[in-house]
Design a protein around this ligand. Structure first.
Ligand code: ATP
Length: 216
């Protein structure tokens, strides 16, 4: 069975922690392909955000020499934000039942998974891969604890079926965040080496993130 992974995020901007995590998850979960899935960001969000086409350009620059990663722009190029469950339903309809589909998210997303729109339905279409830091404390009660009790599988079993499993991947993660990068740039500091060089040059050339966000 073919194994596809989708790594969702805002990528505003994409940075080395995203790229390392995507590569490491691809290897850890033995995926045939790992596709970065940038989200649409509503323009009223109070942070200095690059436009969808700028985020896309940065992602393209970031992975131009990385054949192991690719891009899926279906959410980014839509006119409105889309729910993960709808994107996964669409992917499942396109790819058919004989493909293992996994959605990868950071550990911070696991804690509030039960607040996602129609979150239980995600598992009708895909597996969930959650990247957590070593030493991560599992929730002991509540909907996410119940989900793990019912659906967690070892990574070696994940692709025996096409959807419905949860893998918790303990991987060390780089201490880099897009918020910190935007703040650094707005304060006049360099963000070089936190992102691939072509992405850093693009940010400078287009004077991105130079204004502090409304929430700062
Ligand atoms: P922001 O600071 O704006 O929230 P971010 O980089 O944390 O940005 P996203 O661009 O949405 O957030 O990240 C995409 C995915 O990458 C998310 O699942 C997030 O959990 C994960 N991620 C972000 N930063 C790291 C990091 N340093 N290490 C591992 N995973 C990360």
């Amino acid at each position: 069975m073919k194994r596809l992974g989708f790594f969702g995020g805002t990528f505003d901007p994409v940075h080395i922690a995203h790229l390392r995590l995507a590569l490491e998850l691809k290897a850890y979960c033995q995926l045939d392909e790992m596709r970065l899935l940038p989200a649409h960001i509503p323009p009223h969000k109070g942070v200095p955000s690059a436009t969808p086409s700028q985020r896309l350009a940065m992602l393209q620059l970031a992975i131009q020499h990385c054949p192991e990663l690719s891009l899926d722009t279906r959410e980014l190029l839509r006119d409105c934000p889309s729910y993960s469950v709808e994107t996964l339903a669409q992917l499942r309809a396109e790819l058919g039942p004989q493909v293992s589909i996994s959605l990868a998210v950071g550990g911070d997303s696991l804690a509030n998974l039960h607040t996602w729109h129609r979150w239980r339905e995600l598992f009708q279409y895909a597996h969930l891969i959650v990247a957590v830091r070593p030493g991560y404390q599992r929730p002991q009660s509540g909907p996410v604890a119940e989900l793990l009790a019912d659906s967690e599988v070892e990574v070696g079993q994940l692709h025996q079926v096409s959807h419905g499993g949860v893998v918790v991947a303990e991987l060390s993660q780089l201490a880099v965040s897009a918020t910190a990068i935007r703040e650094q740039i707005a304060s006049g500091y360099s963000a070089q080496f936190l992102l691939p060089d072509p992405v850093w040059h693009y940010i400078q050339q287009h004077r991105l993130y130079q204004q502090a966000g409304a929430d700062q």
